[in-house]
Design a protein around this ligand. Structure first.
Ligand code: ADP
Ligand code: MG
Ligand code: ZN
Length: 479
């Protein structure tokens, strides 16, 4: 049998962070007491009329721009009919034939390679409520607060070829949603969820029949579900049987998928145009204005950092994923006072540690790209040691100020004056005959000891690299 290959398509649902729900004025807020953010509209009571929240359209269009989608000037809403206790209307209001955003594509960087993933569409819809199974109660409890939370669904083409690519795609989508500030992206609150479609085919032949995995609750669960499904379908195909179109439930605890529905009993949602809402009409000016609100996105930044700055992928992701860090880095590079690499290292180290430890952002500290660049330059030029650089960094974070003034005030300047270093090197060689001998006899680490002693003699002021080579040269010359 020819080599097998998989195809993966994702359907990503993201909750939008608008102030109110999609079709009523109830608060769009996670964590409230059950059934306190509800009204006749989102409870689906007869005789009520929905009204579309225009912010939802703006947010969807922004995501459309971010993913290079064609924006449809006119789209409409459709009813997707099904019964389930978390859906009191007995239908979801979604978009079937004409979504708000059509085709687009997203470039992602997977382990140093750029992959382009086709976007089929983005549409808007309302979320359902939540069913709660409580140990103290034999039945099922319904919390309808989530009914009417606005969602976008992003559907990809089956262009993804591995679980790793799927993971990076999801990570990139999350990062973009945060950048354009349209979703909280809190996984534990279910703000991003996805369905995973997987098929397996022989290389060079059309795609195989797919299975759709439901109940995938985290990005890592998506990876595990995909791996499982590839293996399951590969085994089926290898034994000469055809894979059937199925909807399967992923059980992440057990690490298996089980069948929910086969082709024969696929749900028929009886889509029809939502009669209570008119067409969604977006004028060209509004679409263009929203386009103007999209900054350079993290996937573009990451590609730029790796291909133009020679950064490794992990470092590039860490910086690009955070608007704060990326802005700081880009500004340092634009200022050109220090090497991009020193700025990146300082951001990956000290800045990241500060943000992780305190949960604060750089913008509410006095640290600026300007003084960070000065600090990096001072360390590059050997004016301060790495320990000194840390002290200056802390000072910049808490007090701010001028880097050279701080260096002077804290007495951190390293002395690289030839005469000064020469005297110290002479003294340390004269006072440590044994170590000099050891070094001559091949004990290389004796040099480290000598440099340490010399630094002490200079009360930490000597420029260590220059001092080291001076001591080394003297010993070699004299012996
Ligand atoms: P449905 O309406 O049943 O959900 P769609 O045509 O909207 O079906 O496709 C849903 C998802 O399935 C998309 O993400 C698409 O990329 C993916 N998909 C379609 N065909 C395949 C296939 N052969 N293998 C893997 N994924 C597929
Ligand atoms: Mg679907
Ligand atoms: Zn409501």
């Amino acid at each position: 049998m020819a080599e097998l290959e998989c195809a993966i398509g994702l359907e990503v649902h993201a909750e939008l962070s608008t102030a109110t729900k999609i079709f009523c004025g109830c608060k769009n807020e996670f964590g409230a007491a059950p059934n306190t953010h509800v009204c006749p509209v989102c409870l689906g009571l007869p005789g009520t009329l929905p009204r579309l929240n225009s912010k939802v359209c703006d947010y969807a269009v922004k995501m459309g721009h971010a993913l290079g989608c064609k924006i449809n000037n006119v789209s409409h809403l459709d009813r997707k009919n099904y019964f389930y206790p978390d859906l009191p209307k007995a239908y979801q209001i979604s978009q079937s034939e004409i979504p708000i955003c059509g085709r687009g594509s997203l470039d992602i960087m997977v382990d140093g390679e750029i992959c382009s993933v086709g976007i089929t569409r983005i549409h808007i819809e309302d979320d359902a409520g939540k069913l709660i199974h409580d140990d103290d109660f034999a039945g099922t409890l319904c919390d309808y607060n989530r009914c009417g939370f606005p969602l976008i669904e992003i559907v990809t083409e089956p262009d993804i070829r591995s679980s790793r690519e799927a993971y990076v795609f999801l990570e990139t989508i999350r990062s973009i949603l945060r950048y354009i500030d349209i979703s909280d992206c809190k996984m534990q609150e279910g703000s991003i969820r996805c369905d995973v479609n997987v098929s397996v085919h022989e290389k060079g032949t059309p795609l195989g029949e797919r299975c759709e995995l439901k109940n995938v609750n985290s990005f890592s669960a998506a990876v595990r579900g995909i791996e499982y499904e590839i293996k399951r379908q590969t085994d089926i195909i290898s034994s000469g049987i055809k894979v059937e179109r199925e909807t399967r439930r992923w059980d992440d605890k057990k690490g298996i998928s089980t069948i929910m529905r086969t082709k024969e009993n696929m749900q028929d949602y009886r889509f029809f145009p939502e009669p209570d809402l008119g067409d969604i009409v977006l004028d060209a000016e509004r679409i263009e204005q929203l386009r103007g609100e999209i900054p350079e996105l993290p996937n573009r930044k990451m590609i730029r950092y790796v291909t133009e700055h020679g950064m490794n992928c992990d470092a590039a992701f860490t910086i690009a994923d955070s608007p704060d860090k990326a802005a700081l880095y880009d500004e340092c590079v634009a200022l050109g006072k220090c090497k991009p690499r020193s700025a990146a290292n300082r951001i990956l180290g000290d800045v990241t540690k500060f943000m992780n430890d305190t949960g604060r952002s750089i913008s509410d500290t006095p640290l600026t790209a300007d003084n960070l660049s000065e600090l990096c330059a001072a360390a590059e030029n050997g004016i301060i040691s790495s320990t000194g650089a840390k002290l200056v960094f802390n000072e910049l974070l808490t007090q701010g100020g001028d880097v050279s003034e701080i260096i002077e005030r804290l007495g951190l300047a390293q002395n690289s004056d030839d005469g000064f270093l020469n005297d110290i090197a002479d003294r340390v060689i004269a006072e440590n005959e044994k170590s000099v001998c050891d070094y001559m006899n091949g004990k290389k680490n004796a040099l480290g000891y000598l440099v340490g002693q010399a630094m002490k003699l200079s009360t930490g002021k000597a420029a260590p690299a220059k001092l080291k080579s001076m001591i080394e040269n003297k010993i070699k010359k004299e012996n």
